[in-house]
Ligand binder design. Structure first.
Ligand code: OXD
Ligand code: MN
Length: 584
């Protein structure tokens, strides 16, 4: 029976039932009792595997299809009315054409299956920042994952005003990669995802809603939906300052979000608090500062490389009530992945479900295998996590993997220059990604796959925000990945990144000096605390050095990238680029 009498919801659900023709419809109420029953059903069908109740209480294992292990950017569409509004970085199709195409694929696809109706909130239900969604799905994995990643419950129906919610229709259909579509209709607040069961394509609250659709809402309503972590840094005086960070995938966002201060900092009383690891919604507050909320309620993190050493807080977050996808399944009902420890298990099953020999040279876990963990499990979750007002942001850091070009840190000159710094973000490909190693992928604000409208309009929106923020955060660029001539990382990274964040936050409060360079301000070497880092001041000088020759090449690369945006490129970004060239 429907759990709401909002006709905007029930009529739409009825229509989708007619289209997909499930045998059964289950309205999710968010109760633990109902979820337990759904998990039990997943165990019976094999969609879920129960893990060791003593060692991993409440945890389950899930495998996605072999051809369905990552987000599919080539099959992700923004179907606004006009192609020009989607811009050169998004796939587009005429919305009517797309609807017709999808109707054919969804037609009868849930026959013999159950449709689940999931009411969920991005943000605290009832808070002014929250936005609501209803996702329909035929996947038990999606139901249990959404219950971790978002706030699911019938109270969401009470909070929805009229038709002010995001409609999401997901169906596994045949998992046919040729007919896989992840489609956004920003004008109708609708998301349609079909033929995939992989988290990033099917947990519609995350990338689809909280970034692609929300970026359009932010443009219309005067705020920003960003691919950013939110970190609180508490100094020995007990004052907590907040920083947001945008980094492309595989650049350590979750690690920075759950940072543990170096010992010399801990001894003095420094603490770090995680507010979010992937998405931030940023709004100007009445005080003229920028305030951030994390609209999610859990972490969907990459498992390989996560260990007691690299990110103990993430690891501890997964110890109960979590989901593991495409990792190694051990005979004792626990899990393993590359980088967890140096003891790959014997007698285990790999991510494909096959007996796995750790000596075979084949990885046991898929490189994009994941954990889905409740945020409240995280030992360093911020006391402000559930504060509906969010947290005030003092600094924004952009960053990517650059072997040579970008210094360890530099600060932009002002807001417009900061927007420029975000727009030229780039990361060099590692062996783990497609494409040539070392090739640079421009990923403005880490939003390349997630911006729901024309990227140049998005930059203009960022520029226009200046007016609304009388106390703007400082904007910096960081690069943990400079290498020496042998290709070894020079900066230790991980917890030691706090040394850089400390300088950034001091800049925000006018407490540290800086040196001007053609690209922006860099620290005076003596202003970065190196005690206990193993890095000496000479090495640091190298890390913050700016090579004008490399930057001249960089300017040429940026010009080429900007050319894609033609007349739409905001004038002030072109001016910033010209000014940079001049200074060089
Ligand atoms: C991503 C993710 O792909 O967070 O960025 O999963
Ligand atoms: Mn992400």
């Amino acid at each position: 029976m429907a759990l709401t009498n909002n006709r905007y919801v029930t009529d739409w659900v009825e229509e989708q039932i007619k289209l997909c023709r499930p045998d059964r419809v289950v309205w999710i109420d968010g109760s633990e009792e109902q979820l337990a029953g759904i998990r039990a059903e997943g165990f019976a069908t094999g969609e879920l595997i129960k893990l060791n109740e003593q060692l991993l209480p409440g945890c389950v294992y899930h495998r996605s299809a072999l051809n369905d292990v990552a987000r599919v950017e080539a099959r992700t569409f923004i179907c606004c009315e006009k192609q020009a509004d989607a811009g050169p970085t998004n796939n587009w199709m005429d919305p009517n054409e797309m609807r017709a195409l999808l109707r054919g694929i969804y037609d009868g696809c849930m026959r013999g299956r159950t449709m689940y109706v999931i009411p969920y909130s991005m943000g605290i239900v009832g808070s002014p920042f929250a936005k609501y969604g209803v996702e329909l799905t035929d996947s038990i994995y999606v139901v249990v994952s959404m219950a971790i990643m978002t706030r699911v419950g019938t109270d969401v129906y009470d909070a929805i005003q009229g038709d002010d919610y995001i409609k999401g229709l997901h169906a596994k259909a045949d998992l046919d990669a040729e007919k896989r579509y992840i489609v956004h209709f920003p004008q109708d607040n609708t998301i349609m995802s079909v033929n995939s069961g992989y988290g990033g394509n099917v947990l519609l609250g995350k990338k689809c809603f909280a970034l692609r659709i929300a970026s359009c809402l932010g443009r219309d309503e005067g705020w920003l939906a960003e691919h950013m972590l939110i970190l609180g840094v508490e100094n020995p005086q007990g004052e907590v300052r907040y920083v947001c960070g945008a980094f492309p995938s595989a650049c350590g966002k979750t690690n920075l979000a759950m940072l543990i201060p170096p010992e010399v900092y801990r001894e003095k009383g420094w603490k770090c608090w995680c507010v979010g690891d992937d998405i931030a919604w940023l709004r100007p507050g009445p005080d003229g500062r920028l305030w951030a909320v994390n609209p999610e309620n859990g972490f969907f993190g990459v498992a390989p490389g996560t260990s007691e050493k690299t990110n103990p807080n993430a690891l501890h977050s997964t110890m109960k009530n979590s989901i593991f996808t495409n990792v190694v399944l051990k005979p004792d009902g626990t899990v393993w992945w590359e980088g967890l420890d140096k003891n790959p298990p014997h007698g285990a099953l790999n991510w494909k479900g096959e007996p796995w020999d750790p000596e075979s040279g084949e990885p046991g876990a898929h490189p994009n295998s994941r954990f889905t963990a409740p945020a409240k499990n995280c030992p360093c979750i911020s006391p402000e996590f559930d504060n509906p007002a969010g947290v005030p942001i003092s600094a924004i850091v952009f960053g990517g993997r650059r072997a040579k070009t970008a210094p360890l840190v530099y600060q932009s000159r002002d807001w417009a220059h900061g927007v420029f710094v975000g727009s030229i973000m780039a990361s060099e490909k590692t062996a783990a990604a497609e494409g040539k190693v070392g090739e640079t992928r421009r990923d403005p604000m880490a939003m390349l796959p997630f911006c729901g409208y024309h990227m140049a309009d998005y930059w203009q929106h960022w520029l226009d925000m200046e007016e609304k923020i009388t106390h703007p955060p400082v904007i910096c660029n960081v690069n943990w990945f400079r290498t020496d001539d042998e290709g070894r990382f020079i900066w230790p990274g991980f917890g030691d990144n706090l040394r850089v964040i400390e300088w950034v936050l001091k800049r925000a409060f006018g407490e540290a000096d800086a040196v001007e360079t053609p690209i922006g301000y860099v620290p005076k070497p003596e202003d970065i605390n190196l005690e206990g880092s193993g890095v000496d001041e000479e090495t640091l000088k190298g890390l913050i050095s700016v090579d004008p020759e490399l930057w001249k090449q960089e300017v040429a690369g940026i010009r080429e990238f900007y050319a894609k945006f033609g007349d739409k490129l905001p004038r002030s970004l072109r001016d910033e680029l010209d000014a940079l060239e001049q200074r060089l």
